[in-house]
Structure formats: structure tokens, C-alpha cells
Ligand binder design. Structure first.
Ligand SMILES: Nc1ncnc2c1ncn2[C@@H]1O[C@H](COP(=O)(O)OP(=O)(O)OP(=O)(O)O)[C@@H](O)[C@H]1O
Ligand SMILES: [Mg+2]
Ligand SMILES: [Zn+2]
Length: 515
């Protein structure tokens, strides 16, 4: 099915190849000046035109009308190459012919002059898949190629091709095709194929194709096959298994406004509908990235206009640093989501860490918090992030304290680490710690994870460790239960306080619990 558009619209002249002008111009010159090397290598991502250009090149050098940068596409040789049945043009898929025997056959064959074409032309696709012996055999021929032989090799993984081979080839690097050019091409295909599609929907396809024309065409074909009279954004979202735009917007808004129930609600909804949480996460990263870039003042983003308006509106009152912080957490936590057996819990934990954390971009709030003024609870939590944040040390050098353990978790179990940084340590003994947690949700998660935490604690402390969790309603109660000396000790340990003291070259005179 999807072959149809891809094949029907395979470029047949260099001029028809989109987005690879830097390659086709040089090739055309080389042909017109009759300066042909015996071996070419085309590298680049999947579906950007390597095989297509290899075939055009084969035609250009073998066309019966004469060697010309524009093959006639009508003579016997041209037609045979288009139909993959030319007797002197061999297409070998190295992925399924990796062995040295295949290459020996090819080399044997290359000795004989071509029967109808000008050159014996070997197109070797996915050449990086050849075995070492196969490469060695090929190398001998590349070193002294017969006059009538031309090799055109293509690969998606240039780094796997031995340098000895590369140094015998003229190299051409194909690029990802720019989104605008993909959109323009799809638009013209859609009109020729009578596919009616919303421009935003087309743009979503082009973005998703990530520079590959084949993928873009495949997706267009796929949505067209749904038989819809008119293809809208929703049809495309569904086809891509993407979380709908409305849902994505809900999630973005609730994350930026730090609305915990709303965040949990969106996750549940997506989960309930059986949609892929990994996909949700990738879309979230993509959107956060776009927001950050917009905030930095770069508005030339290839995005549907409505989407751009939404993002601009959403970030109006959000600082760049905050967007940057959120994206950093998302990037660093992606692994956690990949390897977890409980994706929903992990996603909730990651997002709650983002949402519950203080807005570091607002120094004013921190200073107020430290001077004991009345500020929102969120900002107050700042001073209680365990001092382990920046520690990345081998096990042996970490202090055998609760902070040491938390630092240890940062490297050994990031989800647990994330959970524990949302708690306050109430008291610590040799082998026990009492943690206070403001959110019953996080307390639940930690309780569920206790066996795992205990296991990790045993590894770290080399003895059993008791962990007790309390849920407290507010920060204030927490403060009252602590002795002033404890509060002071805790505040002084906070990396934020240290940073501020250093920044302003100050001293902490007094630490008062909030009334
Ligand atoms: N640059 C391009 N311009 C126009 N169409 C393209 C281009 N690249 C790919 N296509 C479309 O995608 C189809 C597949 O492209 P092609 O086989 O040339 O890609 P490729 O780079 O060889 O991919 P692979 O690495 O997967 O072999 C073509 O038939 C054509 O329809
Ligand atoms: Mg190919
Ligand atoms: Zn021809």
C-alpha cells in the first residue's frame, strides 16, 4: 500500500530530488565534465533519497543518448534501470548479502565488460553491513578497479564503514530534508492524488517524519487510506497514536501552573485510554522545548499557527529559567521511564517532582523565605531539599548519613531519589529515620517502594535501616515539631542557603520557624 506513493513519486532526474542540492549539483558537474570516480559513497538518514540518487546517477552515466547530467529516462537502458532490470546495473542489498562469497561473485562479474550499458554499475545498499572479509575483498577491487566499473555505495551508518574503503570513495553526505520542503512536496502529492488534508495536519506529518521523505509519504498514504473525506488534525493524531492536542495542552497548562491534581488527572486519562505514556512524554518534551525556544525569542518555529499561539500564551508569565529547569528534569528522567515496570507511577513521580519543586528562577521568593516572611508554602520548601543534590561520588566516599544515602540513590535509582527529595527528614538515628511528607500521594508512593528502599539502604549502610513515614498537613506543623537548633542545622545544610550566603557574602543571623 504505502509503496505506491513512494514508488510513484521516486525522483527520476537530479532536479526532482528535494533537499539534496549540495549533492546533486556536484554530481551533475562531475558527469558533465566527465570526471567520474570509480566509487561513490552516499551516507545519510533513512528515506532521504540515497537509492533514488544512485539510480539517477546510474542512468546519467549509462543513458543511450550519451553521458549527461540529465538522463533521457526514455531509452532502453534508462527504462530498465527505473524498473530495476538493467542487465549491467546490479543492486545488491548488503544487509541480506553480508558474506565474502557474495562480494567474490560480484568481483568476478565485474571483470567482464558491460553488455549494453557504458559501465558495469554496482549499487551496494547498506554497505556497512558487509562482513570484514567481504570489505577486504571489495577493497582489492576498489584499489585497482577495471575501467568499465563503477561502484555506488549507500549507508545509513557511515561510521561502520572501514576508513580503508572510505578513502577509495568520493563521499556524499545526504541531509535530513527541511520541514518546509517536505510540506511543499506533500502538498503537491496530495493535490495530484486528490487527497484532501488540513494544512496543519500535513505539517504534523512533516514534523513527525523527522527529515525523511519516505516516512512522510508513508504517513500521508496511511491517513489517506482511512478513506476519510477530509483529513483533519485528529485523524493524523490518531494514526500516529499521538495524544490529542487538547490533552497535551491540558498537561502543559497544569504543569506550568503547578496544579498537582490536574497533572495527575491528565496522566490518568491518557493511561485509561490505553495511550502510550512514552509517546506522551516525548510530546511533552517536544512542547517544552518549543516553549523554551519561543521564550528565548526565536519564533521562527515550524509549527501549526494555532499551536504556536497556544504555546506563546502559555509561557507569557513563565521565566525562561523555569522552562529550562523543567526540560532538564524531563531529559534527565527519560531513562527512568524507559526501564520502569510501572510507567504510570514513574511518570507521576517525575512530573510531581517538577510541579512540587520551587520556582528557582525567582530569587526574591527564596530570599523572602529565608528571612522568614510569609510566603507560599511552595517557596518555603526550598530550604529543605536534601544537601545531596550535587553530590556524585563513589559509594565509599559518601558519608554514611541519610544525605549520603539520598546522594547514593541519585546515581543508583533515580525514581526513588526523586521521591525522597520530596520529603523532609524529621529525625535521624544510627539506623532509623523518620520522614515527613506533605503529600499523601507521595507518601503512598514511598510506602509502596519501601521494600526497594530498604534493599538499597542495606547495600549502602551495610545494615538494616528503619524508615518511617509520616504525612503532615502543612509546613507549619512540621516546623513546630522541630527544635529550633534542628531547624537551624537543617537550613544551614541546604545548598540553596549556601548558595545565597555565598552570592551575597552574608551571614545567617537567625532562623525562625514560620508561625
Ligand atoms: N530527497 C528526496 N526527494 C524526493 N523524494 C524523496 C527524497 N528522498 C526520498 N524520497 C521518496 O522516498 C522514497 C524512498 O527514497 P530512497 O529509497 O531514495 O531513500 P534512501 O535514502 O535510499 O533510504 P534508505 O536509507 O532507507 O535506503 C523515494 O521513492 C521517494 O518517493
Ligand atoms: Mg535506499
Ligand atoms: Zn536514457
Amino acid at each position: 500500500m504505502y509503496q505506491v506513493i513512494a514508488r510513484k513519486f521516486r525522483p527520476q532526474r537530479f532536479e526532482d530530488v528535494i533537499g539534496q542540492g549540495h549533492v546533486t549539483e556536484i554530481l551533475k558537474n562531475a558527469i558533465d565534465m566527465d570526471r567520474l570516480p570509480h566509487a561513490f559513497i552516499f551516507s545519510g538518514p533513512r528515506g532521504v533519497g540515497k537509492t533514488s540518487v544512485a539510480r539517477i546517477l546510474a542512468k546519467a552515466i549509462n543513458c543511450e543518448k550519451g553521458l549527461a547530467s540529465t538522463p533521457c529516462n526514455a531509452c532502453r537502458v534508462c527504462e530498465d534501470i527505473t524498473a530495476s532490470r538493467a542487465v549491467d546495473v546490479f543492486e545488491i542489498d548488503a544487509a541480506s548479502h553480508t558474506g565474502v562469497d557474495n562480494i567474490r561473485d560480484l568481483i568476478e562479474n565485474s571483470r567482464y565488460a558491460p553488455s549494453t550499458a557504458r559501465f558495469k554499475t554496482f549499487i551496494i545498499d547498506e554497505v556497512h553491513m558487509l562482513s570484514r572479509n567481504a570489505f577486504n575483498a571489495l577493497l582489492k577491487t576498489l584499489e585497482e578497479p577495471p575501467e568499465h566499473v563503477i561502484f555506488i555505495m549507500a549507508t545509513t551508518e557511515l561510521a561502520k564503514v572501514p576508513v580503508t574503503v572510505l578513502s577509495r570513495c568520493q563521499r556524499y553526505d545526504f541531509r535530513r530534508i527541511p520541514v518546509e520542503e517536505i510540506i511543499a512536496h506533500l502538498t503537491s502529492i496530495a493535490s495530484r492524488e486528490n487527497i484532501r488534508i488540513n494544512p496543519d495536519a500535513l505539517m504534523i506529518i512533516a514534523l513527525q517524519a523527522d527529515g525523511g521523505m519516505r516516512d512522510a509519504q508513508g504517513m500521508l498514504e496511511h491517513v489517506a487510506a482511512t478513506g476519510a473525506e477530509f483529513i483533519d488534525v485528529e485523524t493524523v493524531d490518531n494514526m500516529l497514536g499521538m495524544v490529542g492536542r487538547a490533552t497535551m495542552h491540558d498537561l502543559l497548562s497544569s504543569v506550568l501552573s503547578k496544579d498537582v491534581p490536574a497533572v495527575l488527572d491528565v496522566i490518568s486519562r491518557v493511561y485509561q485510554y490505553g495511550q502510550d505514556l512514552g509517546q506522551l512524554y516525548r510530546s511533552l518534551m517536544e512542547s517544552m522545548r518549543n516553549m523554551m525556544v519561543l521564550k528565548a525569542g526565536y519564533t521562527n518555529l515550524a509549527l501549526p499557527q494555532e499551536e504556536k499561539s497556544f504555546l506563546l500564551e502559555a509561557i507569557r508569565d513563565v521565566a525562561f529559567e523555569e522552562l529550562h529547569r523543567i526540560l532538564s528534569v524531563l531529559i534527565h528522567s527519560e531513562e527512568d521511564l524507559k526501564y520502569t515496570s510501572v510507567p504510570k507511577v514513574t511518570l507521576e513521580t517525575i512530573l510531581l517532582r517538577i510541579v512540587a519543586a520551587p520556582d528557582l528562577s525567582d530569587m526574591q521568593k527564596l530570599i523572602q523565605a529565608l528571612s522568614g516572611k510569609q510566603v507560599p508554602a511552595q517557596a518555603r520548601q526550598t530550604v529543605q531539599i536534601p544537601a545531596a543534590e550535587k553530590v556524585k561520588k563513589p559509594l565509599s566516599t559518601l558519608p554514611h548519613s541519610w544525605e549520603g544515602f539520598v546522594a547514593f540513590l541519585k546515581d543508583h535509582d533515580h525514581p526513588l531519589y526523586a521521591m525522597l527529595t520530596s520529603t523532609n527528614r524529621m529525625s535521624e538515628e544510627e539506623d532509623a529515620v523518620v520522614l515527613a511528607c506533605q503529600s499523601s500521594f507521595i507518601a503512598e508512593q514511598i510506602k509502596k517502594a519501601l521494600p526497594e528502599i530498604n534493599k538499597k539502604a542495606f547495600t549502602f549502610f551495610q545494615k538494616d535501616f528503619r524508615i518511617q513515614i509520616e504525612i503532615i498537613d502543612s509546613q507549619d506543623q512540621n516546623a513546630k515539631r522541630q527544635r529550633p537548633s534542628e531547624v537551624r542545622a537543617q537550613v544551614m545544610k541546604s545548598p540553596v542557603v549556601k548558595e545565597i550566603v555565598a552570592e551575597f557574602n552574608g551571614v545567617v543571623k537567625d532562623v525562625k520557624p514560620n508561625e
